[in-house]
Design a binder for this molecule. Structure first.
Ligand code: ARG
Length: 459
């Protein structure tokens, strides 16, 4: 039969159909076709440069591979499960089209180092794409920050109103998380930027190959110096999945906040109609499905990380078929992260900020109580005593059903003779915010400084 196994020589029987379906990876590894062809072209060039195959054969191979690439790109390629994986599908199509020269391509190579090469190329490419999407989201966060620079909201600890902050400061916190995500992906890139081809199945090859040729051809930084390591290393995938998980956790935290802010209880923001869905039963509903889904998908990416850690744990050297399990989770994580970043950029761009509601949440509460204490400290009361006085004032106001700004000065004075008329200015939301002018604090000046640094990063 035409789809005879490329490794069928030592076998008397053909593979059981169910077993073949079970072990074949073509249904998911076909997405490596571009990398597989790039890798094979570099390998063929190297084989010719080292005189392991003729220049003529190399030329035929390269042209044949380019034709296959065009076929796959155009949706005109028939993938066969019988041929197991992307490597053998392409090699078989090549041999069918160019004859013997195609059969020479796999000289000095195994699928073990071939798949490792494909995965390194793929991860590198996807990391670049993800970093581009991180920047897009960061740009939108910076835009939203600039647009809402002086909007004041309560900052929370324990989800209890704590101190007044700038909404822009809150948004910028996510910018810096994303900056670390970006940097983490640069680290992933670096570890994926090592060239494994030439390791053969596990021990190297008897042919006089030039691994640095392939390294340079494919723009890798270095080559693996141990063939066993080259075919068994999945660290860069584990690192990718952990960087992806941390990124998804950041998006999930922001999602959770946006979901809360959209609730009637907070009512701090409203998402664009185009980014929400309704309910089939309750006509009034406008649901923040996108952040909810991103929050949900974070669990899925973390799951892929756990699965991969567990797969690699206790695997003996060198290649084991378990390692084929490195693909589906990784590919799904790539899709999930890219999609989540892209939709989130839109969510942020379309989000309407309800500044009056945020301000009301600051004014109708006691998040300026620390500022009362700080006021007294600046008038030379030790902080511990000032804290006590401010606490008593809060208690007194709660009993009277008023806020600190409403308490008459003579009542202030019964708590401490250090109070003067300037207390009212000291506890205004703007004063509280702008007084926190320590480096990295929430003052307008400090947020502007953050923006300056941020703009440098995204430009
Ligand atoms: N499809 C395989 C994988 O993804 C390719 C390597 C197969 N090597 C082998 N010796 N069976 O891991």
């Amino acid at each position: 039969m035409n789809n005879k196994k490329l490794w069928g020589g030592r076998f008397e029987k053909s593979t059981d159909e169910m077993i073949n379906d079970f072990q074949a990876s073509i249904n998911f590894d076909k997405r490596l076709y571009r990398e597989d062809i790039e890798g094979s072209i570099a390998h063929a060039k190297m084989l010719a440069a080292c005189k392991i195959i003729s220049a003529d054969d190399a030329q035929k191979i390269i042209e044949g591979l380019k034709n296959i690439l065009a076929q796959i790109d155009g949706g005109n390629f028939n993938f066969s499960v019988e041929l197991e994986d992307i490597h053998m599908n392409i090699e078989k199509a090549l041999t069918d089209s160019i004859g013997d020269a195609g059969g020479r391509l796999h000289t000095a190579r195994s699928r073990n180092d071939q798949v490792a090469l494909d995965m390194h190329l793929h991860v590198r490419r996807q990391v670049e794409e993800i970093q581009r999407l991180i920047r897009e989201l960061q740009k939108n966060l910076v835009d939203a920050t600039e647009k809402n620079l002086s909007v004041i909201m309560p900052g929370y600890t324990h989800l209890q109103r704590a101190q007044p902050i700038l909404f822009s400061h809150h948004l910028m916190a996510y910018f810096w998380m994303l900056k670390r995500d970006y940097d983490r992906f640069s680290g992933v890139y670096e570890r994926a930027n090592i060239m494994p081809l030439g390791a053969g199945a596990l021990a190297g090859t008897t042919f006089p190959i030039d691994r640095n040729f392939v390294k340079d051809e494919l723009n890798f930084k270095e080559v693996y110096l141990n063939s066993l390591d080259a075919v068994s290393d999945r660290d860069y995938i584990l690192e990718f999945l952990s960087a992806a998980s941390i990124l998804m956790i950041h998006l999930s935290r922001l999602s959770e906040e946006i979901i809360l802010w959209c609730s009637r209880e907070f009512n701090f923001v409203e998402l664009d109609d185009a980014h929400c869905t309704g309910s089939s039963m309750m006509p009034q509903k406008k649901n923040p499905d996108v952040p909810e889904l991103v929050r949900g998908k974070a669990g899925r990416v973390i799951g892929h990380l756990m699965a991969m850690l567990t797969t690699v744990k206790a695997l003996p050297l060198a290649y084991n078929k378990d390692l084929q399990e490195d693909k589906e989770g990784l590919f799904d994580a790539i899709d999930t992260v890219k999609f989540s970043l892209a939709v989130f950029a839109q969510i942020i761009a379309g989000m309407k900020v309800k500044a009056e509601n945020m301000r009301r949440a600051v004014e109708e509460d006691f998040s300026n109580a620390t500022d009362v204490a700080d006021y007294l400290v600046k008038k030379n009361l030790p902080f511990r005593q000032a804290h006590e006085v401010s606490g008593k004032l809060v208690h007194h106001c709660i009993e009277r059903g008023i806020y600190l700004k409403d308490l008459p000065l003579d009542e202030y004075k019964t708590f401490s003779d250090k109070f003067d008329a300037d207390i009212y200015d000291a506890i205004k939301p703007e004063t509280c915010v702008n007084a926190r002018n320590s480096l990295g604090g929430t003052s307008t000046e400090q947020v502007k400084l953050q923006l300056e640094h941020a703009r440098k990063f995204i430009s």
